[in-house]
Write a protein that binds this ligand. Sequence first.
Ligand code: GLP
Length: 258
Amino acid sequence: MKIRIFSNEDSLAAALARGIVARLQKQPRLVLGLATGRTPLPLYRALAALHDRGASDYAQATTFNLDEFVGLDPSHPGSYRAYMREQLFKHVNLAPRRIHFLDGLAPDLGAGCARFESSVLKAGGIDLQILGIGANGHIGFNEPAPVLSPWSHRVKLTLASRKANAGFFDGKLRDVPREALSMGVATIMHARSIVLMATGREKADVIEKTVTGPVTTRVPASLLQLHHDVEIWLDESAASKLRREGLVAGRGGRLHER
Ligand code: GLP
């Protein structure tokens, strides 16, 4: 896997934002897969700042978000639609019709997931998928389990994931929905390139397992070892276990392969 390590989350976010904008310039019809959670917040801030300076044009770009809660109206501040609107979409010139979410309010959730998969295909597939990672190794909401679903699907959230999301619900665990929709592992693995971001000491263990451990559905992110173009972008805290074990050497965002 290719690994880049940055001194902190802001330098990571700034470099990734510059990379995304450079790709957009080369490929205006870029299809981006986007993640929510705490980790990408500095990335979205950096993308918004670059756009504000006139550095980017999203007019022809398309986005697909990784996951969404079941049963939350898009106007609910805890919904991932609201998160994306606040953090990125209201700051850039994406065409609303090219913004795609799994529909947690669809009367038939399964049919909604199938529609989402067709939209990904119609857009020509995802060029660059941005991922975060749960402390338990989940990507999107593909939680550790004996078997994983390949395509977009309905998920019962683990308590750990609900707790991790409570911050977006004023800290009230009871308000965090019990179910979500998520891209499947195959949806993610079909992206032409993937950048997984992880920051903070609490991700150090799972990053070590993701990069050096066996490929297992018990650590869904470990499946990324099978992808041909995946980069793991870390701050020093998230890389600390890899560093301690002498498994990575790069600094300053330089590429380290292992
Ligand atoms: C969330 C999301 C994921 C995200 C992950 C990590 O619940 N469903 O898409 O990548 O868990 O979140 P955080 O970045 O807040 O640690």
